[in-house]
Design a protein around this ligand. Structure first.
Ligand code: ADP
Length: 867
């Protein structure tokens, strides 16, 4: 069956072995029916028990092939098997031939009731009936089993000793019969015939070959035929219902051929099995190859798909790139165009600016040439009508303004092209700012503006360019005064910003402030905001900003419209590398003087540009003389004037000039009375006074000197002599100051020849000394104890001693400290605190800078060595 099925690889064969047990076979068939196999091949163990089941399967539509043994029913699809009657008949005829138609025969049957046993017996008897001399003498029921033959046969043979032939229904029983015959010594006489003729050891063919059996009848089991029939049925091809297989006799004459044939068959079968295995292996390989191929195809398809996608996106990319490239080129072209345009604009702006600059330069000379003669006309005692004079002043004011504008423009240009270098010297910024503020003080006074200075420390040393910073601070102050109403408040403060290593100068006013909308723009050139000032130009802040940046600083501001503005200038404390060293000069020309002094010409009789900061007050009622004086003094001093004694006194005590020139013949208050008042007031008592008089009697001169005049001149006087006298007076005052500085102590008598001044200095010194140990002692405190304003105190001290109040306090502290250091057992730290220094190290620094030795060295130098 398996050999035949190897031609049908799609058919599955399931073989169940009932092991000669009909009950087991029934169960097996039932199970197969339940599984609904496609075709059932049954070889019934016994016909009876299997008939019903075979019918049932057949009725359920399962084709049933009965193999080898029959059921009792005709309800089956096909039968394949040998013809057992034929087998029996052939056996009978062969037996007769062997016995030469004469003899006694014994039959060993299979299981009674099984169809082969019945049919074989039937056929055998039929054949024998043809031979009258052959007799069937006995029958043994072998039940297909050799053992039962071995048990029964000896007795039967003993009962029939003359038996010549034994026919067994199968080869195993035949072999058992041979065994018995040999034991009984009957082999020579008894012929034995079996059925089956199977190959293989101990089977029929071998038994015939070695002479145990005389013959065996080939009984084909029909396995191959059963499968062929089954396949025809399954394929719906024509088939035979009854397939009866023939038989043949195998005896010594053909057994060898048979064996070779069967052996050949077996080897062929083996070959086939081998082929089968190979085929299976090939199939398996094929299957795996198939899957590989499928996978390959699938991946190929995937690859093609991906390739297509890639191609598509590549093309897309390519197209996008081309558009981008186009756009890039366009942008590039546009950029070049813009650059070209910008370059053109820059060049044309540059050309315009150059034109303006050159133009401004050209303006300067004619402006100066206008200003000179106008000044001359105004100062000469010529016959000018009031209207002419007024007009000339107008010309002068506006020429000055034009000059200032031109100068600012040139400065701006210098910053712009980077031509302006920062030429720095090291100095005290506090003192510097104070000097600039001085210029504005008169203005503040006149307009009743509270003008305060709040330096956080008395000395802040840094490298700066005085010319640049002068313009910056003057512009800021000028703006503050311009946009602050009379009676307002302007405060300048200075403090270090330690974290940033900078110093900040703030100019704060409580004026009209800057409108929100203007704030981002006011640092721009020519921007004047929504409420321009009539005498503004919009250049000041831009210049201040540019100059501050040139100075490596920053200008910033905050402002609340209606409440005021604060401008902060922040400067580096350490010298930036871009700064050049300048030849040191100690006094800066206050170029902004005219800027600050925006008094209308009608009020202050004569205002002209001053070249120094030395102020002279002229008190003279006669206009011509006054103008003459102004003309002569103006090139050397800042001149202010009064036309009567009372105004003169008020101006003197308010502004505290450096020197006063006063006429004796004044209406109402005479010059002598003015002199007495000046010398009696401690604020003005130190100011040198020159009296002028037409009268020239020795008594009068004496009168004047008694009244406190430092000099008495009679008219007409020599202007050069007057100038020289004024210089001498000022020099004397400087010498006094120098004396103070050299002596490091205040001998009030030497410094101030005037009694009033001596008293003032004594009072001042007493107040300071009483509070020397307080580090917080401020100028404001002292001014309040003396009942004067800070500004008045400052001016007075500056005039008398040539230093600021703070410096004076400091020198007193140091003088006291020096004395204390000389005392035995004094500790430096203790001395520092006793003299009001906030820390011993600060004390040591200042001490060393003043005396060139440190406090400890000083102490060591002056303490007698111990032996
Ligand atoms: P101007 O010559 O007009 O004062 P600036 O450049 O100095 O030109 O100032 C520009 C503008 O900024 C001024 O016109 C004014 O509107 C405003 N401004 C400047 N400083 C102040 C201030 N302290 N208070 C109010 N407004 C100010």
């Amino acid at each position: 069956m398996e050999k035949e099925l190897s031609f049908y690889p799609n058919v599955q064969l399931q073989i169940l072995d009932a092991q000669n047990n009909s009950e087991l076979q029934q169960q097996q068939v039932k199970e197969l029916i339940r599984q609904r196999v496609d075709l059932l091949i049954i070889s019934p163990n016994q016909s009876g028990p299997l008939t019903a089941l075979a019918e049932a399967a057949y009725n359920q539509g399962i084709p049933v092939v009965i193999l080898d043994r029959r059921t009792t029913s005709k309800l089956y699809t096909a039968y394949v098997g040998g013809n057992n009657q034929e087998v029996g008949r052939t056996a009978g005829h062969h037996a007769a031939q062997l016995l030469r138609q004469r003899g006694l025969v014994l039959e060993i049957t299979g299981r009674p009731g099984s169809s082969p046993a019945t049919d074989r017996d039937l056929g055998f008897r039929q054949a024998l009936s043809n031979y009258p001399d052959i007799k069937l003498v006995a029958q043994v029921q072998g039940n297909w089993q050799p053992t039962s033959v071995l048990k029964q046969l000896p007795a039967v043979l003993r009962a029939h000793p003359e038996v010549n032939l034994i026919f067994a229904h199968n080869d195993p029983m035949a072999q058992a019969a041979y065994q018995v015959a040999r034991q009984m010594g009957l082999t020579q006489r008894i012929r034995i015939v079996g059925v089956d003729g199977l190959s293989g050891p101990g089977n029929g063919l071998q038994l015939v070959e070695n002479g145990a059996l005389d013959a065996t009848l080939l009984y084909p089991t029909g396995g191959e035929e059963a499968i062929r029939t089954a396949m025809r049925i399954l394929r719906h091809e024509p088939y035979l219902k009854e397939n009866v297989l023939g038989t043949m006799v195998i005896d010594s004459t053909n057994v060898a051929t048979m064996r070779t044939q069967t052996e050949q068959l077996a080897s062929q079968r083996q070959d086939i099995q081998l082929q089968q295995l190979r085929l299976k292996a090939q199939l398996r390989r094929y299957a795996t190859q198939e899957t590989t191929v499928y996978l390959l195809i699938a991946s190929l398809l995937g690859a093609i798909l991906l390739g297509a996608l890639a191609w598509r996106s590549l093309r897309l990319n390519w197209r996008t790139q081309r558009t981008l490239e186009g756009q890039n080129a366009e942008i590039l072209a546009q950029r070049n165009q813009i650059e070209q345009l910008a370059e053109d604009v820059r060049r044309s702006a540059e050309a315009k600016l150059r034109f303006f600059t050159n133009f401004s330069h050209e303006l300067r000379t004619p402006l100066t040439l206008i200003l000179g003669p106008v000044e001359d006309l105004l100062t000469s005692p010529s016959e000018l009508t009031v209207a002419q004079r007024h007009d000339l002043k107008l010309v002068r004011r506006n020429t000055q303004r034009l000059l200032q504008l031109v100068n600012q423009l040139l400065d701006f240009r210098k910053i712009d092209v980077g031509k302006m270098a920062v030429r720095a010297t090291q100095g005290n910024l506090v003192a510097f700012v104070r000097e600039i503020m001085d210029v504005f003080e008169k203005n503040a006074h006149r307009r009743n503006i509270t003008f305060r200075f709040l330096p956080a420390e008395p000395v802040i040393n840094l490298w700066f360019d005085g010319d640049i910073l002068d313009k910056v601070f003057s512009n800021l102050l000028s703006n503050a005064f311009k946009y602050t109403p009379d009676g307002g408040r302007i405060t300048v403060s200075i403090q270090r910003v330690v974290a940033a290593n900078t110093v900040r100068v703030s100019v704060e006013d409580n004026g009209r402030g800057i409108a929100e909308a203007d704030q981002p723009l006011i640092l721009g050139w020519f921007y004047q905001g929504s409420q321009p000032s009539p005498d503004g130009s919009g250049l000041g802040l831009a210049l201040a900003d540019g100059l501050t940046r040139l100075h490596e600083g920053t200008l910033s501001f905050r402002s609340q419209p209606g409440h005021g503005s604060t401008f902060d200038v922040t400067l580096p404390l350490t010298k930036p590398a871009t700064f050049l060293d300048a030849v040191p000069h100690h006094s800066y020309t206050i170029s902004a003087a005219s800027l600050a002094d925006d008094e209308p010409a009608e009020l202050a009789e004569e205002v002209a540009p001053a070249r120094t900061d030395i102020t002279v007050l002229v008190i003279e009622d006669h206009e011509e003389v006054r103008n003459f004086l102004i003309q002569k003094l103006q090139p050397h001093f800042q001149v202010s004037t009064a036309t009567d004694g009372a105004t003169g006194l008020r101006l003197a005590s308010e502004t505290i000039p450096d020197v006063i020139v006063c006429d004796v013949n004044l209406p109402e208050l005479t010059g002598l009375e003015v002199a007495a008042a000046l010398k009696g007031d401690w604020r003005t008592s130190h100011v040198p006074l020159v009296l002028l008089s037409a009268r020239d009697t020795p008594e009068q001169q004496l009168e004047g000197v008694q009244a406190g005049a430092d000099l008495y001149l009679t008219k007409p006087f020599n202007p050069a002599f007057l100038l020289e006298s004024l210089r001498t007076l000022l020099r004397n005052r400087d010498q006094q100051r120098e004396h103070f500085r050299r002596e490091l102590s205040v001998d009030t008598a030497t410094v101030a020849p005037q009694r009033v001044d001596q008293k003032f200095l004594a009072d001042l010194t007493a107040i300071i000394e009483a509070n020397l140990d307080r580090p917080s002692l401020s100028v404001d405190d002292i001014a309040r104890s003396l009942g004067v304003s800070q500004m008045q105190l400052y001016r007075k001290v500056k005039a008398l001693l040539g230093t600021g109040v703070t410096d004076y306090i400091q020198s007193l502290r140091l003088t006291k400290a020096r004395l204390l250091l000389l005392q035995e057992g004094s500790a430096i730290a203790q001395v520092a605190y006793q003299t009001g220094f906030s820390s011993p190290s600060y004390f040591a620094t200042l001490f060393k800078s003043k005396y060139q030795v440190s406090p400890s060295e000083y102490k060591a130098l002056h303490t007698p060595t111990q032996h």
